[in-house]
Design a protein around this ligand. Structure first.
Ligand code: SF4
Length: 367
């Protein structure tokens, strides 16, 4: 497999997705074909120099070009605001590199590792917290590049979950995915394969029978999608999720809270309910915006996020509610940010505020 194997055309008949890739934005020069004003185009081209640009046609088609603040556009069209680095922003916002014992692997928690088969994606999101790695490393999958990471997993029996992330693992060809899956499942102590991907959102036609077949084997497979806005939930995304559900994969979603994209409770309510009820995807995490460089214009405050999730909890059932989390710098891990309902305690008696806003006492009774 060569380093530019991502999204390579193959001879399989299940290849409608290739038209989406070919007709989309693949290079900075392709921005010239978009309905942007000359000033917007120049600004987008300048900003694209700091973080790669790639947008499949299926995702471009979701943009309302008459709205300069369109939430789909905001996620993929480079903005000059990205060039403004605020104090406190970081190249490696969650400490991937500090916990990387071998290339292409991060081991932050004992029972699981992040494995990076590729540093390339089907779509490049402007808010990406790994954009520095995607630029500075940037390489695709090669068998040789992954060997040290696979050897590390084999030598650590405490590892039960392998999380394929990147880059976007589902931007790889079926043969590469099958090879990676087979290598991981040959390690007897690994029990679960988790895949973090934005492909079902931005390039849903890529979720083919061949792709899910490449991932099926001994391991339980969990796919964590990345829908941020209800307009991303299309009939093609629905078909992609159905294909994965029917293959027996567990589907979860993580969203990033982004100012001007999904920082209104009505938007989050529709996103989370449609994920669960239409796609069969459980809203898992709502991430507070990481300290990625040039993203101050898209971050909310934590207080704003807490108010949103408190309101969301009133509106949606528990199964539709994601957990609002912050991924702490320096590898501190994900911690919940939702407001606590505990107001006080006296011995075995707790003072807890109910969903109706009223304070109640709860006395613990244990045997
Ligand atoms: S698909 Fe994921 S890794 Fe790739 S740019 Fe988007 S957020 Fe970053």
């Amino acid at each position: 497999m060569t380093s530019d194997a991502n999204l390579r055309e193959s001879a399989t008949p299940d290849t409608a997705w290739q038209d989406d890739v070919r007709a989309g934005v693949r290079h900075v020069r392709d921005l010239a074909s978009l309905p942007l004003s000359p000033a917007e185009r120049a600004a987008a081209q300048e900003a694209a120099a700091s973080h790669k640009v790639r947008i499949p046609k299926a995702y471009l088609d979701l943009i309302d070009w008459s709205d300069p603040h369109d939430p789909i556009r905001a996620q993929v069209i480079p903005s000059p605001d990205e060039l403004i680095a605020a104090e406190g922003e970081l190249d490696d916002p969650i400490g991937d590199h500090a916990f990387s014992p071998v290339p292409r692997l991060t081991h932050r928690h004992a029972d699981r590792v992040l494995l990076f088969p590729t540093y390339q994606c089907a779509v490049y999101c402007r808010f990406c917290f790994r954009k520095e790695s995607l630029t500075s490393i940037g390489r695709g999958y090669t068998r040789e590049a992954l060997e040290p990471a696979l050897a590390y997993i084999a030598e650590h029996p405490e590892i039960r979950e392998v999380i394929l992330t990147g880059g976007d693992p589902l931007s790889l060809p079926d043969a590469a995915l099958a090879e990676i899956r087979a290598r991981i499942e040959a390690i007897p102590h690994v029990r679960l394969l988790r895949i973090h991907t934005r492909v079902p959102v931005a390039l849903p036609s890529r979720i083919t029978a061949g792709l899910v077949g490449a991932l099926q084997g001994r391991l339980m497979v969990t796919v964590v999608t990345h829908f941020n806005h209800p307009r991303e939930i299309t009939s093609r995304a629905e078909a992609a999720c159905r294909t994965m559900r029917q293959a027996g994969f567990v589907l979860l979603n993580q969203s990033v809270l982004l100012k001007g994209v999904n920082d209104r409770v009505e938007v989050l309510e529709e996103l989370c309910s449609e994920l669960m009820y239409r796609l069969g995807v459980k809203p898992y995490y709502l991430h507070h915006g990481d300290l990625a460089r040039g993203m101050a214009h898209r971050r909310t405050t934590i207080a704003e996020g807490q108010a949103l999730v408190a309101e969301l909890r009133q509106r949606l059932s528990g199964i539709c509610n994601p957990t609002y989390v912050i991924d702490l710098p320096e590898g501190g891990g994900k911690v919940p940010l939702g407001a606590s309902h505990i107001e006080g305690r006296e011995g075995e008696t707790w003072l807890i505020r109910g969903q109706d806003g009223k304070l109640r006492t709860y006395r613990e009774v244990v045997g």
